[in-house]
Design a binder for this molecule. Structure first.
Ligand code: SF4
Length: 298
């Protein structure tokens, strides 16, 4: 049996990856909108546990080509521990070509450019980095634990080290009335970072998260469904990246699109604009009801 503690999350495009637990919970566990790991104390898995799980999987006729380290920010592990894990992955699963996981900006900043280069050579690639926003005040409000300047430094370091990465952007995270400003700021930092993939999904206020109370108190005004889509369109139009997957297929995306940039930009903008016409005006003008995620415009 594999070790999994509490809820385990992965991005939708990691569905074919082996989920290998190397930590439990999240070392930050303080983002304003997130309650995913509230019930799970942060813990680093003993290396014996990791080796046990890899040996368990390795005994089968496994075809895994990629390992996705879980949980919330597995890249918080030290350089030494990550190298140890890479050695075990390649020993027990020799077909594995790359190792990823969730990473925060802080996790990246804790490693030198040389360490990142060596981690890349050991097979680490395409970590999913929850950048979320290109606006300093939004990062502070969401309690992400870093500034925009630090994010730019971390992403530049990854590029200098040759480690490809994915970026998460949360549309509507700046709140009502700021969608165009947020779209422009997000596009600016994504263009500068030039990731392999950009994962766009709307702000989701987790039940029990601090943001839930802030919304109830009127300290944060959520965007409407129309704002979500408008911001995504504006963000997409402003993107100027070299070879990047645009991934907007999360269950929370009101109109689901995915393609390769820059090739598919006009097509994706058209799909979003068309998708928006499929909603009645009253719905576009409303804040999506909780639990309404998953409706898809077909
Ligand atoms: S959003 Fe990510 S980094 Fe923030 S608390 Fe949740 S799991 Fe941790």
């Amino acid at each position: 049996m594999m070790h999994y503690t509490g809820p385990t999350f992965r991005p939708p495009y990691e569905q074919n990856s082996l989920l290998l637990q190397v930590t439990s919970g999240c070392s930050h566990n303080a983002c304003t909108f997130c309650s995913m790991y509230d019930e799970v104390p942060f813990r680093v898995s003993p290396i014996e546990e990791v080796e046990h799980d890899l040996a368990f999987v390795g005994r089968g006729r496994t075809l895994f080509k990629r390992v996705f380290l879980v949980n919330g920010d597995a890249f918080c592990l030290s350089y030494d521990r990550l190298m140890e894990i890479a050695e075990l992955v390649h020993r027990y699963l020799p077909r594995v070509e790359s190792i990823g996981g969730y990473a925060s900006i802080g996790n990246v900043l804790a490693k030198s450019e040389q360490q990142l280069r060596e981690l890349t050579q050991a097979g680490f690639a395409d970590f999913n980095i929850g950048l979320e926003s290109g606006l300093d005040d939004v990062l502070a409000f969401m309690n992400k634990g870093y500034t925009l300047a630090q994010a730019r430094e971390a992403l530049a370091r990854l590029n200098a080290a040759g480690m490809p990465f994915n970026l998460n952007i949360i549309t509507a995270a700046a709140g009502r009335g700021r969608c165009l400003e947020h779209a422009a700021a997000n596009a600016a930092i994504v263009n500068e970072a030039d990731p392999t993939l950009v994962f766009v999904s709307p702000l989701h206020v987790d039940p029990g998260a601090r943001l839930e109370q802030l919304v109830a108190d009127g300290a944060f005004e959520e965007c409407t469904l129309g704002d979500y889509i408008t911001e995504e369109i504006e963000f997409l139009k402003r993107l100027d990246v070299t070879d990047c997957v645009f991934f907007g297929l999360h269950v929370s995306n009101p109109v689901r699109v995915s393609g390769i940039l820059p090739r598919d930009k006009d097509y994706l903008v058209g799909e979003l604009e068309f998708g928006m016409t499929r909603f009645p005006q009253w719905q576009l003008d409303s804040v999506p009801a909780k639990g309404a995620e998953g409706r898809m415009v077909d």
